[in-house]
Write a protein that binds this ligand. Structure first.
Ligand SMILES: C[S@@+](CC[C@H](N)C(=O)[O-])C[C@H]1O[C@@H](n2cnc3c(N)ncnc32)[C@H](O)[C@@H]1O
Length: 371
């Protein structure tokens, strides 16, 4: 029988159930955590608390579904090494940019130089715009994005510029202001905007976003460089967690796996794959939204996560804790963990504040600790 709302609240871990007031957006998106939007990440303060609570002595932490790199960044902040695995190339790029130790002097020089060159750009149309660019961008916006892309190879910190370009490309799509997360088709012409409560028109430029995000990225990377521990490193592995050879031995895991039918992790950053020519491995994604939640899809998901966690287990030190954050409303994890050779040690629940985005309503998350 499903637990009542009261019972749910009784078993809540209140220390990890922050309200907007306890943990405002500014804190949840501190330094590099907001280099680029990413749907489906956990908040850094949760990782911080879980590392302290369950892995206080861990020196090297693994996240086999590392996404935008929240675990890696917080591991570096708390004097640990980290390894992150993800099957999506854009997520790996983003993680590398967040966790690398950049030469701040060169980085600033290069970003400012790229902006100076952008200012001199005459707005000529790109010679061969792709179908995707044609459909999703106004001609001037597409031309600016393609021009910025042509500069990348001139810089040592090209990957940082790639992330700036992707973020600007996300904002400059022909879509409504309130539908940046899941735009289904390009929007051309005026529309009533629920976000701004007035008539708006889709964006027709990208240059101002490139400028704003280049400067914001520089500021955020600088901010993180002041709080990360010296000498600690993060490794990012692009591949399928079911079969990658994991280097190890790791002292523990903090991860939030995908959940069936919720998010398409490649598709949410489609613009980045299109513009940057990244390799698309979406057929290896576990539980993508596009596969839905049929019995077959859920059973494949269980097989896949069990296999991935079984692979992870072989790379761990004895007695290492595996901390999993997931909203397991289908109660799949007891079986998954058993099949992966892991035993549940404790399990609790937290209330998730979902003030941002259009996904309103009560939402809970389980924290499962296994060994
Ligand atoms: C819930 S997200 C993780 C978010 C992360 N905790 C963060 O804060 O950014 C799950 C991630 O698992 C990745 N993923 C899906 N299937 C995978 C597979 N077979 N191997 C490795 N990663 C996979 C997805 O690309 C996605 O980035």
């Amino acid at each position: 029988m499903a637990p009542t709302q009261d019972a749910l609240y009784r078993e809540l871990d209140l220390d990890l159930s922050w309200s907007e007031r306890d943990l405002p957006e500014r804190e949840r998106t501190k330094h590099v955590h907001r280099l680029h939007p990413y749907l489906g990440k956990f908040v850094p303060q949760l990782v911080e608390a879980l590392l302290e609570r369950h892995l206080p002595r861990a020196r090297h932490v693994l996240d086999p579904f590392a996404g935008s790199g929240t675990t890696l960044v917080q591991a570096l902040e708390s004097r640990r090494d980290a390894t992150g695995v993800d099957v999506a190339a854009f997520n790996c790029l983003l993680m590398r940019v967040k966790t690398a130790e950049h030469n701040l002097f060169t980085l600033e020089r290069e970003l400012r130089d790229s902006l100076r060159r952008l200012e001199r750009f005459d707005g000529a149309r790109p010679p061969r715009p792709s179908d995707y660019l044609d459909a999703w961008y106004a001609p001037r916006a597409a031309a600016e994005l393609v021009f910025y892309r042509s500069l990348l190879d001139d810089y040592e910190h090209a990957d940082v510029l790639r992330v700036v370009l992707a973020r600007a490309a996300r904002s400059a799509r022909r879509t409504t202001h309130f539908d940046l997360d899941f735009p289904r088709e390009p929007r051309i012409g005026e529309y009533w905007c629920y976000k701004h409560k007035r008539v708006c028109r889709p964006i027709d430029r990208a240059g101002h976003f490139l400028r704003r995000y280049a400067l914001d990225t520089l500021r955020r990377i600088r901010e993180f460089s002041r709080v990360r521990a010296r000498g600690r490193e993060a490794a990012v592995l692009h591949g399928d967690a079911r079969e990658l050879d994991l280097p190890g031995p790791f002292d523990g895991v903090v991860t939030s796996p995908p959940y069936p039918g919720l998010i398409d992790y490649h598709e949410q950053h489609r613009y980045a794959y299109e513009l940057l020519g990244l390799e698309d491995r979406r057929e290896l994604e576990l539980g993508p939204a596009e596969r839905g939640v049929s019995a077959r899809a859920v059973s494949d998901y269980v097989d896949g996560i069990a296999e991935a966690l079984g692979n992870v287990r072989t790379s761990l030190r004895r007695r290492a804790s595996v901390v999993i954050v997931v909203n397991d409303r289908r109660e799949l994890y007891p079986e998954i963990l058993e099949r992966a050779g892991l035993a549940i040690e404790t399990r609790y629940r937290r209330h998730v504040n979902r003030r941002t985005g259009r996904r309103a309503g009560e939402f809970f998350e389980d924290v499962i600790v296994a060994r």
